[in-house]
Design a protein around this ligand. Structure first.
Ligand SMILES: [Zn+2]
Length: 548
């Protein structure tokens, strides 16, 4: 998983489509031994932590191709299971300090502790010199909320400072945006995209633990070393020259150098009618980059449908993880057993169950093992921009990421619950299993925007990501919360995320695979295209396709 909060981990899982007729598909064609064997293999040391564009990738995709062949899956990309993605590795010489200057002095920000900044532009040098700083509130342009933080100001070639999250979260006013629940406008990825559309040279987001839903360490994580980026064909020159973060304390100092009080400015920014403004300061950022070019691969195979082969149900799971770190003492390999050998093993297990069915499925089912999730959801982003089958014929996408190792729960959490008609399918199947559903646990954390299913949503394809709920079947009420947060603290994105069948309770994983399988089974036999609900921002996009 990518920067996910802990409950989202619980929820990790997914759904997807699949399968066959009416009631004949149920139960127990999902083989736990097959599943665990895949998890063990994919998380073993010989996969070297599965880092994209390394030897670890070669081992991983060889394994996947060989398993896809054994399963008799058809390649989705012509004769090939692979969708190659050209990536650039940008290794910057980071500027050790960032100086913010004004007529009354300067504020010094140290790289790492006080600021981080990366570039997506594939250039050997990034230069932003003595540019004015504009405070643009939350950095949001949202006509549907009658909101424009860039109104009346030209930020072209300037630097913008914005606050993380959105005004709804800041005020907890349910009438503003979606109140406490984060909209996509609250995510840093959106703020970078908008600043680029406005033509800003650079952007700095003010970090605050609560508003971001994670600590500064997570901001640093992954932004201090070389960056892998996908070339948009234009060396990514539509992105801002740099994309950065600053700590809350330094933001206070910067505003005070400008003669402003940060708290006052932020509360003004959370009200309608806020006006962006120059704060009378400037700064410079120069990065010299070493560039290298590689290829990484999405891996896609499918089982053709018998009646509507040109309609597709996607099961997806990211195969990539963080590789190894040879500077560590002892264990050096990030095996990523939970994150996400379990998801990949899940789609392989579902594929086997479908293959073993006596009857053929009416719709096609695609098994999509994708790359570069851990590096910014880039494999799924690339896919939806270069789809191998038409997006408008893609019925749903079910994402599996980090299955629950703590045992069966009375409920499931559904990230994206309340957004689409998939709710009905999930609810029906949960009812049959005697389970209840809960929406995501921390709506303010924006979990919906933090795994690969989101890239499918962005192009209009209803997508879902399910996980364990918060109530364990047999343990005390606070059990799931407790073991999950412990696991996140000890193992999440660490070398200790290992395959440990003796410690895991695998029943919860199998139950989750079963419900996802059942949901998919129904969809493979229908001719319906579940749509987004009226209140969802993705409905318009889907409607556009469905009219064709
Ligand atoms: Zn991860």
């Amino acid at each position: 998983m990518l920067n996910k909060n802990l409950l989202a981990l619980l929820t990790a899982f997914i759904f997807l489509a699949l399968s066959c007729t009416d009631k004949s598909t149920n139960n127990s064609s999902l083989d736990k031994q097959v599943f665990l064997k895949h998890v063990e293999e994919i998380s073993s040391d010989k996969f070297l932590g599965r880092k994209p564009a390394t030897k670890g990738e070669e081992v991983t995709i060889d394994y996947l191709i060989s398993e896809y062949k054994k399963l008799g899956l058809m390649p989705l990309n012509g004769e090939s299971y692979l969708q190659p993605i050209p990536v650039a590795e940008i290794s910057p010489e980071y500027q050790k300090t960032l100086l913010i200057k004004g007529k009354n002095g300067k504020v010094i920000l140290n790289h790492g502790d006080d600021y981080v900044a990366i570039t997506k532009r594939i250039e050997d040098k990034i230069e932003v010199v003595n540019k004015d700083i504009i405070f643009a509130g939350y950095g949001i342009v949202a006509p549907e909320y009658n909101w424009n933080d860039y109104e009346g100001i030209d930020v072209k070639d300037k630097i913008v400072i914005v606050m993380v999250n959105d005004p709804g979260y800041a005020t907890k006013d349910p009438e503003l945006f979606t109140g406490k629940k984060m909209t996509y406008y609250g995510r840093w990825t959106y703020k970078y995209e908008e600043a680029a559309r406005q033509g800003a040279a650079g952007i700095l987001i003010i970090h605050e633990d609560g508003a971001a839903s994670y600590p500064w360490a997570v901001v640093q994580n992954g932004r201090m070393g070389p960056q892998l980026v996908v070339d948009d064909g234009n060396k990514n020159n539509s992105a801002c020259k740099f994309e950065g973060w600053i700590s809350l304390n330094k933001a206070k100092e910067i505003f005070s150098l400008a003669g402003l009080n940060l708290e006052d400015e932020l509360s003004a920014a959370a009200k309608r009618g806020f006006k962006p403004k120059s704060i009378g300061l400037s700064t410079s950022l120069v990065m010299k980059n070493k560039l290298a070019y590689h290829t990484t691969n999405n891996v896609l195979g499918y089982i053709p449908g018998s009646e509507r082969p040109d309609e597709y149900i996607f099961y997806m799971a990211h195969w990539d993880h963080f590789g190894f770190d040879s500077t560590l003492a002892g264990d050096q390999i990030f095996n990523g057993a939970v994150d996400n050998a379990t998801g990949v093993a899940g789609i392989l297990t579902i594929a086997k169950a479908i293959k073993d069915l006596p009857e053929k499925l009416k719709r096609s089912v695609v098994f999509f093992a994708l790359t570069m999730e851990e590096f910014g959801l880039l494999g799924s982003d690339y896919y939806v921009k270069h789809p191998l089958v038409p997006i408008e014929r893609t019925v749903v996408a079910i994402n599996l990421d980090g299955l629950n190792i703590f045992g069966p729960t009375k409920n499931y959490s559904v990230i994206g619950y309340g957004l689409s008609e998939l709710d009905n399918y999930i609810k029906d199947e949960a009812d049959k299993m005697g389970k209840t559903l809960m929406p995501e646990t921390f709506p303010e954390a924006g979990s919906f925007f933090r795994s690969d299913h989101f890239n499918f949503a962005k192009v209009g394809v209803p997508s879902v990501y399910m996980g364990a709920g918060d109530e364990h079947m047999t343990q005390p009420k606070d059990y799931m919360q407790k073991v999950t947060s412990e696991w996140v603290k000890e193992n999440y994105h660490k070398v200790t995320d290992n395959y440990e069948p003796d410690k895991w309770n695998t029943e919860g994983m199998m139950e989750l695979l079963q419900i996802v399988y059942n949901i998919g089974s129904r969809l493979t036999n229908e001719s319906t295209f579940p749509n987004w609900y009226e209140n969802s921002p993705y409905k318009k996009i889907r409607d556009g396709y469905l009219k064709k």
